[in-house]
Design a protein. Sequence first.
Length: 453
Amino acid sequence: MSDRNFSPIDLQILNKLLSSIAEEMGIVLQRSSFSANIKERRDFSCALFDGKARLLAQAAHIPVHLGAMPMTVATVLEYMTPCKGDIIWTNDPFSGGTHLPDITMILPVFFDEICRDDPLFYLVCRAHHADVGGKEPGSMSLANSIEEEGILIRPECICRAGSLDNYRLDRFLSEVRRPDERMNDIKAQIACLMRGADRLYHLVESWSWTKLQGMLEPLLDYGHRVMKKTIASIPSGTYEFCDALDDDGIHDTPIQIRLRLTVDKESVILDFSDSDDQAKTGINTVKSVTCSCCYYVFQCLQGEEYPVNHGAIMPINIITRRGSIVDAKSPAPVAAGNVETSQRIVDVILGALAQAIPDVIPAASCGSMNNISFGGELENGKYFSYYETIGGGMGARPYADGLSAVQTHMTNTLNTPIEALEHEYPVLIERYAIRRGSGGNGQFRGGDGIIRS
């Protein structure tokens, strides 16, 4: 790959343009959705891939979603060949997903006048649905297997040749508590993909495919070189760190996550092989989530001005052990691994890096997304299901206090506004405030947490 014909400014412009398509997809998804989790909290992510299933650009959405998407697309396309008008959907954590509430849709984008047989792009969106069945409302229960957490959608076409597959959709809707809300959110995801396709058609027409195609490889190469430079700024060596989850929700035994991080000039190896075995409950993570955590940390070190694409993740090598807490095997439950264990994995990576670059790495943050899910039956006989993450305090930085009352690390969502929550659900918020003084003491303090009752 070579970018000698294009300046960094040219490539940054292209990256911003592609990223803006993903951002606009997200706006369409948010404004056309029905559930508070997508509409108010913005618990969704959008990204673009090239015809070789390589990540080109993404919007600044949810880190735990975005880092896993490359594995989802690669896994799906290994055994599916979508045609024009097809949309693939899946929520399978063991096929590059995260947990069952996160439903991913993939749209291949064809340009008949350029190539009739192969798509030039893939558009991807992932959204957290407030309920996908399972034994408890919100599909985030203390389960013993993936089957208890909700309906598992293995990769399949929800649309064929532009038409919705009503059989597959009805089968899914029959398993959830709010089929009307799920139906409308699914339609919102499809609409966001259609908007992305329209933007791509316009881009190809205005730039010409020859020019655009000639810039894609240099764009990936640019991302690759920037990440290598970022890693090269870290002193080479091996750094080890271990932290633990308090328990698995049933037993009191801590569950340890161990990392051996090796920086070798322009590449890095993150080896989690010595982490504890997978648990009986849903605090397990799948490998795609662990990869998301690793990519996220190094993308933070890279900074905001540079592309996040396939090239940027190539120097980051991740080793896990199948059957461990960071790479669980089916049919292990995984609902909380995506939202809780992922936060602890980030803490472990930061703990290792703090030994190498202490003047850069912040202290650990609140360490939890503080998940709340509940549901029940209304007076009219309809069911409701609700889910949100509360947030907390950000860890102190080497040069400043941490921020108070924010979503940190692997979540990038918002809280549900009190007005929207009380309007949509039979719930009264008694208090919503910053927990003053909870961030600790020191030269620089950690951010304070949140009270929400």
